[in-house]
Ligand binder design. Structure first.
Ligand code: ASP
Length: 302
């Protein structure tokens, strides 16, 4: 009989710059609540997928982050949410894109993985499927906050491109459970002023989210188009017989290389022995982690 694996969880609240209208204390309180929600489940022996979903639900329910309530607005002033989950044991994955009325997109992504024969559902079909699986439906108004309306106004007035937005705020979690199973979850409203119908990296398995028990679980945040083009999550999680570099070193290299080609953002990852990785090339990436030693870390900048 094999011994229990170490348990670990890492969460992020998006790479970029902190929103000035919230304090570090406010961010910290939600990050701690989310990390503890996931970690408590791991301690009780629940699976890593249960843990990452529980952590992301807390972050989606908070208006501080760009996921669920408080998500950013697209160029038409609407909200379209993307989310994905993946399990490292069987490479099972589920994702939803451009949904407007499911309270917790991460729960919808999980039900796509567990209850449908598909990996990615988008738009109306995704909403109908999630509703049929008892995901809670809300009016699109539920997600709107004054702060995001102001942000869109400034964005449109400055004639910016969504790629210029430095406020990200996507959320994600990765975890390792006592059976050695890894899982990843990511949820986002995308980028401020994006075109309706735009899909970023978050819901694309291998771009913003990936998990493979042999290597790591990873959740990304940042300029989604660049994460898609460079297949960032899968690049980190791809088994490599040739590299002697640690998971953390490889993650650092990927994020530095991304910056050289104009891609801002970051990622969190956890490896099969509980290695914790948090890399970013932006001023901050609010994050929290609880590793094998049981100590809670909460950080913003470097
Ligand atoms: N990666 C997300 C997207 O492009 C945005 C973010 O992480 O802030 O949709």
């Amino acid at each position: 009989m094999s011994a229990d694996h170490p348990i670990a969880i890492v969460i992020h609240g998006g790479a970029g710059e902190l929103e000035k209208c919230f304090t570090e204390e406010e961010y910290s309180a939600v990050l701690v609540q989310a990390a503890c929600a996931g970690y408590t489940l791991l301690l009780e022996g629940s699976s890593s997928i249960d843990a990452v979903v529980a952590a992301v639900v807390v972050l989606e329910d908070s208006p501080l982050f760009n996921a669920g309530k408080g998500a950013v607005l697209n160029s038409a002033g609407g909200i379209e949410l993307d989310a994905a989950v993946m399990e490292g044991s069987q490479l099972r994955a589920g994702a939803i894109g451009a949904i407007t009325n499911i309270k917790n997109p991460i729960l919808a992504a999980r039900t796509v993985m567990e209850d449908s024969p598909h990996v990615l559902l988008v738009g109306r079909g995704a909403e109908q499927f999630a509703a049929a699986q008892q995901c809670q439906i809300v009016s699109p108004d539920y997600f709107h906050t004054e702060h995001r309306r102001e942000q869109l106004k400034r964005f449109l007035a400055a004639k910016q491109s969504p790629a210029d937005s430095h406020q990200h705020g996507t959320v994600g979690a990765v975890a390792l459970d006592k059976n050695g199973n890894l899982a990843a979850a990511t949820s986002t409203g995308g980028t401020t002023g994006k075109l309706p119908g735009r899909m970023g990296d978050t819901a694309l398995i291998g771009s913003g989210t990936y998990a493979d028990n042999r290597t790591c679980a990873v959740s990304c945040t940042g300029h989604g188009e660049m994460f898609i083009r460079h297949a960032v999550a899968h690049r980190l999680a791809m088994p490599s017989a040739h590299s002697a570099a640690s998971l953390s070193e490889r993650a650092g290299e990927i994020i530095r290389e991304l910056k050289l080609v104009g891609g801002s953002g970051g990622l969190i990852a956890v490896g099969p022995r509980g290695e914790l990785v948090m890399e970013f090339n932006t001023p901050t990436m609010p994050r929290a982690a609880i590793g094998a030693d049981g100590n809670l870390i909460v950080s913003f900048g470097r």
